[in-house]
Design a binder for this molecule. Structure first.
Ligand code: C5P
Length: 228
Protein backbone atom coordinates (compact mmCIF):
# COMPACT_ATOMS: atom_id res chain seq x y z
CA UNK A 1 0.00 0.00 0.00
CA UNK A 2 1.25 3.50 -0.86
CA UNK A 3 2.12 5.60 2.20
CA UNK A 4 0.06 8.79 2.16
CA UNK A 5 1.71 12.03 3.24
CA UNK A 6 1.04 12.86 6.93
CA UNK A 7 -1.49 15.60 7.67
CA UNK A 8 -1.95 18.03 10.55
CA UNK A 9 -5.41 19.66 10.65
CA UNK A 10 -6.22 23.00 12.24
CA UNK A 11 -9.99 23.51 12.44
CA UNK A 12 -12.01 26.12 14.28
CA UNK A 13 -14.30 29.13 13.96
CA UNK A 14 -13.58 32.33 12.01
CA UNK A 15 -10.85 34.49 13.51
CA UNK A 16 -9.47 31.88 15.91
CA UNK A 17 -6.03 32.25 14.31
CA UNK A 18 -6.08 28.97 12.34
CA UNK A 19 -4.36 30.44 9.28
CA UNK A 20 -1.52 31.99 11.26
CA UNK A 21 -0.99 28.81 13.28
CA UNK A 22 -1.15 26.57 10.20
CA UNK A 23 1.44 28.74 8.40
CA UNK A 24 3.72 28.69 11.44
CA UNK A 25 3.53 24.89 11.81
CA UNK A 26 4.06 24.37 8.06
CA UNK A 27 7.13 26.57 7.95
CA UNK A 28 8.55 24.90 11.09
CA UNK A 29 8.14 21.45 9.53
CA UNK A 30 8.79 22.42 5.88
CA UNK A 31 5.38 21.00 4.91
CA UNK A 32 2.80 22.10 2.33
CA UNK A 33 -0.20 24.15 3.34
CA UNK A 34 -3.88 24.14 2.45
CA UNK A 35 -5.96 27.17 3.41
CA UNK A 36 -9.30 25.53 2.61
CA UNK A 37 -11.27 28.72 3.41
CA UNK A 38 -9.58 30.40 0.44
CA UNK A 39 -11.18 27.79 -1.87
CA UNK A 40 -14.66 28.59 -0.50
CA UNK A 41 -13.85 32.30 -0.83
CA UNK A 42 -12.84 31.81 -4.50
CA UNK A 43 -16.13 30.04 -5.24
CA UNK A 44 -18.07 32.74 -3.35
CA UNK A 45 -16.27 35.53 -5.19
CA UNK A 46 -16.75 33.90 -8.61
CA UNK A 47 -20.45 33.33 -7.88
CA UNK A 48 -20.79 36.98 -6.91
CA UNK A 49 -18.87 38.29 -9.95
CA UNK A 50 -20.65 36.01 -12.43
CA UNK A 51 -24.08 36.68 -10.94
CA UNK A 52 -24.61 33.01 -10.05
CA UNK A 53 -27.28 32.46 -7.43
CA UNK A 54 -25.95 30.81 -4.24
CA UNK A 55 -28.52 28.03 -4.65
CA UNK A 56 -27.70 27.23 -8.31
CA UNK A 57 -25.83 24.02 -7.48
CA UNK A 58 -24.97 23.00 -11.03
CA UNK A 59 -23.46 26.37 -11.92
CA UNK A 60 -21.51 26.45 -8.63
CA UNK A 61 -20.22 22.94 -9.24
CA UNK A 62 -18.92 24.08 -12.63
CA UNK A 63 -17.13 26.99 -10.94
CA UNK A 64 -15.41 24.57 -8.53
CA UNK A 65 -14.37 22.22 -11.33
CA UNK A 66 -13.11 24.90 -13.68
CA UNK A 67 -10.88 27.25 -11.70
CA UNK A 68 -7.12 26.95 -12.00
CA UNK A 69 -5.39 27.82 -8.75
CA UNK A 70 -1.75 28.75 -8.36
CA UNK A 71 0.20 30.09 -5.41
CA UNK A 72 3.07 32.46 -6.29
CA UNK A 73 5.38 30.25 -4.25
CA UNK A 74 4.80 27.66 -1.55
CA UNK A 75 5.86 30.21 1.06
CA UNK A 76 4.02 33.21 -0.32
CA UNK A 77 0.28 33.57 0.07
CA UNK A 78 -0.19 35.37 -3.29
CA UNK A 79 -3.01 33.47 -4.94
CA UNK A 80 -3.79 33.43 -8.66
CA UNK A 81 -7.08 32.10 -9.99
CA UNK A 82 -7.34 31.68 -13.75
CA UNK A 83 -4.34 34.01 -14.06
CA UNK A 84 -5.66 36.90 -11.91
CA UNK A 85 -4.27 37.80 -8.49
CA UNK A 86 -7.23 37.38 -6.09
CA UNK A 87 -5.25 37.56 -2.84
CA UNK A 88 -6.92 40.78 -1.70
CA UNK A 89 -10.30 40.28 -3.40
CA UNK A 90 -11.13 37.05 -1.57
CA UNK A 91 -10.59 38.78 1.81
CA UNK A 92 -13.25 41.46 1.21
CA UNK A 93 -16.56 41.40 3.09
CA UNK A 94 -18.58 40.37 -0.02
CA UNK A 95 -16.38 37.35 -0.75
CA UNK A 96 -16.45 36.49 2.95
CA UNK A 97 -20.25 36.53 3.07
CA UNK A 98 -20.69 34.63 -0.21
CA UNK A 99 -18.10 32.04 0.89
CA UNK A 100 -20.13 31.02 3.89
CA UNK A 101 -23.31 30.90 1.76
CA UNK A 102 -21.84 28.62 -0.94
CA UNK A 103 -20.22 26.52 1.81
CA UNK A 104 -23.70 25.34 2.81
CA UNK A 105 -24.26 23.64 -0.57
CA UNK A 106 -23.65 19.89 -0.64
CA UNK A 107 -22.52 19.83 -4.30
CA UNK A 108 -19.99 22.59 -3.69
CA UNK A 109 -18.55 20.71 -0.72
CA UNK A 110 -18.41 17.41 -2.63
CA UNK A 111 -16.61 19.00 -5.59
CA UNK A 112 -14.18 20.85 -3.31
CA UNK A 113 -13.45 17.65 -1.37
CA UNK A 114 -11.71 16.23 -4.42
CA UNK A 115 -9.69 19.41 -4.98
CA UNK A 116 -8.63 19.63 -1.31
CA UNK A 117 -7.29 16.07 -1.26
CA UNK A 118 -4.98 16.97 -4.18
CA UNK A 119 -2.98 19.17 -1.78
CA UNK A 120 -1.82 16.10 0.20
CA UNK A 121 1.80 15.68 -0.83
CA UNK A 122 5.05 14.59 0.78
CA UNK A 123 6.70 15.52 3.07
CA UNK A 124 3.34 16.50 4.66
CA UNK A 125 0.41 18.87 4.69
CA UNK A 126 -0.94 21.33 7.24
CA UNK A 127 -4.60 21.98 6.40
CA UNK A 128 -6.79 24.60 8.03
CA UNK A 129 -10.54 25.06 7.85
CA UNK A 130 -13.75 23.81 9.44
CA UNK A 131 -13.96 20.13 8.46
CA UNK A 132 -10.35 19.16 7.77
CA UNK A 133 -10.22 16.64 10.63
CA UNK A 134 -13.85 15.52 10.53
CA UNK A 135 -14.39 15.06 6.77
CA UNK A 136 -11.48 15.84 4.44
CA UNK A 137 -8.55 14.18 6.25
CA UNK A 138 -10.14 11.94 8.92
CA UNK A 139 -6.88 9.94 9.14
CA UNK A 140 -4.78 13.03 10.01
CA UNK A 141 -1.94 12.39 12.44
CA UNK A 142 -2.86 15.43 14.54
CA UNK A 143 -6.16 17.33 14.67
CA UNK A 144 -6.13 20.68 16.42
CA UNK A 145 -9.39 22.48 17.15
CA UNK A 146 -8.39 26.11 17.68
CA UNK A 147 -10.93 28.26 19.49
CA UNK A 148 -11.11 31.78 21.01
CA UNK A 149 -13.93 33.86 22.49
CA UNK A 150 -16.14 35.67 19.90
CA UNK A 151 -15.11 39.04 21.41
CA UNK A 152 -11.43 38.30 20.94
CA UNK A 153 -11.96 36.95 17.41
CA UNK A 154 -13.88 40.08 16.35
CA UNK A 155 -11.21 42.30 17.92
CA UNK A 156 -8.44 40.49 16.00
CA UNK A 157 -10.33 40.92 12.72
CA UNK A 158 -10.86 44.61 13.56
CA UNK A 159 -7.13 45.17 14.12
CA UNK A 160 -6.40 43.38 10.83
CA UNK A 161 -8.91 45.44 8.81
CA UNK A 162 -8.83 48.89 10.35
CA UNK A 163 -5.66 50.00 8.53
CA UNK A 164 -7.11 48.92 5.19
CA UNK A 165 -10.16 51.17 5.19
CA UNK A 166 -12.13 53.66 7.26
CA UNK A 167 -15.46 51.80 7.21
CA UNK A 168 -14.65 49.15 9.76
CA UNK A 169 -16.87 48.88 12.81
CA UNK A 170 -16.16 46.51 15.69
CA UNK A 171 -19.88 45.97 16.52
CA UNK A 172 -20.60 45.13 12.83
CA UNK A 173 -17.67 42.71 12.67
CA UNK A 174 -18.82 41.07 15.91
CA UNK A 175 -22.34 40.69 14.53
CA UNK A 176 -21.27 39.19 11.17
CA UNK A 177 -18.84 36.84 12.93
CA UNK A 178 -21.63 35.55 15.21
CA UNK A 179 -23.87 35.02 12.16
CA UNK A 180 -21.10 33.08 10.38
CA UNK A 181 -20.52 30.97 13.50
CA UNK A 182 -24.19 29.99 13.51
CA UNK A 183 -24.15 29.20 9.75
CA UNK A 184 -20.91 27.17 10.06
CA UNK A 185 -22.09 25.20 13.11
CA UNK A 186 -25.68 24.48 12.05
CA UNK A 187 -25.42 23.73 8.33
CA UNK A 188 -26.52 20.23 7.28
CA UNK A 189 -23.31 19.28 5.45
CA UNK A 190 -19.95 19.18 7.24
CA UNK A 191 -20.87 21.56 10.07
CA UNK A 192 -18.03 22.94 12.18
CA UNK A 193 -17.62 20.57 15.12
CA UNK A 194 -14.84 19.21 17.28
CA UNK A 195 -13.50 15.86 16.00
CA UNK A 196 -13.66 13.22 18.78
CA UNK A 197 -9.88 12.80 18.59
CA UNK A 198 -9.06 16.54 18.37
CA UNK A 199 -6.78 18.49 20.67
CA UNK A 200 -8.82 21.54 21.70
CA UNK A 201 -6.65 24.64 22.06
CA UNK A 202 -8.21 27.90 23.29
CA UNK A 203 -6.10 30.80 22.06
CA UNK A 204 -7.96 33.52 24.01
CA UNK A 205 -5.34 35.71 25.67
CA UNK A 206 -2.41 33.74 24.19
CA UNK A 207 0.25 35.09 21.82
CA UNK A 208 0.90 33.29 18.53
CA UNK A 209 4.21 32.03 19.94
CA UNK A 210 2.43 30.52 22.93
CA UNK A 211 -0.18 28.86 20.68
CA UNK A 212 2.54 27.54 18.35
CA UNK A 213 4.47 26.13 21.30
CA UNK A 214 1.41 24.18 22.49
CA UNK A 215 0.72 22.91 18.97
CA UNK A 216 4.33 21.73 18.52
CA UNK A 217 4.24 19.89 21.85
CA UNK A 218 1.07 18.13 20.64
CA UNK A 219 2.77 17.31 17.31
CA UNK A 220 5.75 15.87 19.15
CA UNK A 221 3.38 13.79 21.24
CA UNK A 222 2.09 12.26 18.00
CA UNK A 223 5.61 11.36 16.89
CA UNK A 224 5.88 14.01 14.21
CA UNK A 225 9.44 15.09 13.70
CA UNK A 226 10.14 18.64 14.84
CA UNK A 227 13.36 20.26 13.67
CA UNK A 228 14.45 23.50 15.29
O1 C5P B 1 -11.57 30.29 7.01
P1 C5P B 1 -12.25 31.35 6.19
O2 C5P B 1 -12.88 32.44 7.00
O3 C5P B 1 -11.38 31.88 5.11
O4 C5P B 1 -13.46 30.57 5.46
C1 C5P B 1 -14.40 31.26 4.67
C2 C5P B 1 -15.74 30.52 4.75
O5 C5P B 1 -15.62 29.25 4.11
C3 C5P B 1 -16.22 30.23 6.17
O6 C5P B 1 -17.16 31.15 6.63
C4 C5P B 1 -16.84 28.87 6.09
O7 C5P B 1 -18.23 28.97 5.94
C5 C5P B 1 -16.31 28.25 4.83
N1 C5P B 1 -15.42 27.12 5.07
C6 C5P B 1 -15.97 25.87 5.19
N2 C5P B 1 -15.18 24.78 5.33
C7 C5P B 1 -13.85 24.90 5.36
C8 C5P B 1 -13.25 26.18 5.27
C9 C5P B 1 -14.08 27.28 5.13
O8 C5P B 1 -17.19 25.74 5.18
N3 C5P B 1 -13.10 23.81 5.48
Amino acid sequence: MVDLAPVICVDGPSGSGKGTLAQAIASRLGWHILDSGSLYRIVGLQAHLLGISVDDDDALEQVVKSFEIRFATERSPILFVNGSDVTEAIRGEEATRFASLVAKREKVRAALLVRQKEFRKLPGLVADGRDMGTVVFPDAKLKIYLDASPEERARRRYVELKDKGPNVSLPDLFQSLKERDVRDKTRSFSPLKVAPDAYVLDSTGLSIDEVLEKALVAAQGKGLLITN
